[in-house]
Ligand binder design. Structure first.
Ligand code: NAP
Length: 319
């Protein structure tokens, strides 16, 4: 199959593109540089057809729409679409010309958890602009499928993680390696409130797996949305205990009200933590298991273990 991957060199694309080329597909990738950021360009990238373009710049003129209309493929995977306006340009360019159109959303489209685990059929109540835009794109694409059979499928990843970049950490932030050092050496780590807010990671390769499964089980994926997450969410306390346990120590946890956390972690980090605590994502993968056979390779603990292995090996985390 001829597949276009837009934004195919980042967290998801670095894993997705080699999966697709190894499976024998002809893959075109749009990016500003012909280089995967997180996997080795020598493995699975040699046959990629590069389309070097700056989407943001081209969207300011008609150049992007023209470029999209000129591309002849069977399937499109759009990893770089953040607004309904951008999505409509893609629909216009590929309507009637592709058999599959996969949009990458986010669990932020769901909004804060109410009933858990969240299932895809439940109401969307996004609270950020990012989440509202993604929910609006999803609604439009789903509607287009129902009304005219536009071949859309939507994947909603959790916190994407991988070996060579920092995952959302056990405090709910992404603030360098200090929290890992503290957990590894028994120093106090401050958590918001009772520390039971949840985070829901997913490994970049499991997002790639979900997209590949959509392509393989096309009929089952059409018109559907799929939460794309690890097998289970974890509380911040659980994440801290898991990471400390990897170093053979008990987590030394201190609990402070969320609105006082900035005193301990700084304003920037407290803002990131607040966003994660407020959402407390926890999504079900039952539908993806049932319809697509999705079977995530990585739990949250395994994501932390892989990432810590890299931080230690690369000398970024010293103990
Ligand atoms: N990251 C998360 O935790 C997370 C969670 C949930 C959902 N998502 C969704 O995942 C999608 C992003 O995927 P990702 O995390 O794999 O992205 P990413 O790591 O940011 O990678 C995007 C790739 O696209 C290329 N790119 C960026 N800007 C571009 C532009 N203007 N024109 C052309 N290429 C451009 C970049 O390569 P160059 O620099 O070479 O152009 C980059 O490698 C989004 O739809 C987002 O909403 C992300």
């Amino acid at each position: 199959m001829r597949i276009l991957v837009i934004g195919g060199t980042g967290h998801i694309g670095s894993y997705l593109v080699p999966r697709l080329t190894i499976a024998g597909h002809e893959v075109s990738v749009v990016a500003r540089h012909a280089k995967p950021q997180y996997t080795d360009a020598r493995l699975g990238w040699k046959r990629v057809k590069w389309i070097i373009a700056d989407r943001a710049a081209e969207e300011r003129t008609a150049a992007w729409a023209q470029r999209m209309r000129s591309i002849d493929v069977d399937a499109v995977v759009d990893l770089l679409c953040y607004t309904p306006e951008q999505s409509r340009v893609m629909v216009e360019a590929f309507r009637g010309r592709v058999t599959h159109f996969i949009h990458c959303g986010t669990v932020w489209a769901y909004g804060p958890s109410e009933r858990v685990p969240y299932e895809e059929h439940m109401e969307r109540r996004p609270i950020t602009e990012y989440g509202r835009h993604k929910a609006a794109i999803e609604a439009e694409l789903s509607d287009l499928f129902r009304r005219e059979g536009f071949p859309a499928a939507i994947v909603h990843p959790g916190h994407i993680s991988g070996r060579r970049w920092l995952p959302i950490d056990p405090q709910g932030s992404r603030d360098g390696v200090d929290v890992y050092r503290r957990l590894a050496t028994g120093q106090a780590v401050h958590l918001p409130d009772d520390g039971l807010a949840t985070i829901h990671h997913v490994h970049g390769d499991d997002v790639a797996q979900m997209i590949e499964l959509c392509l393989i089980r096309r009929e089952a994926s059409l018109g559907q949305s799929f939460s794309t997450v690890a097998p289970y969410a974890m509380s911040l306390v659980g994440c801290c205990r898991a990471v400390a346990g990897m170093f053979g120590v008990e987590a030394n946890l201190a609990f402070v009200p969320l609105d006082q956390l900035a005193r301990h972690v700084g304003e920037r980090s407290a803002g990131i933590i607040r966003e994660h605590v407020t959402h407390s994502p926890c999504a079900s993968i039952d539908k993806a298991r049932r319809l697509l056979g999705y079977s995530p390779r990585f739990t949250t603990e395994q994501i932390y273990a892989e990432s810590l292995d890299y931080l230690l090996e690369s000398g970024q985390l010293t103990l």
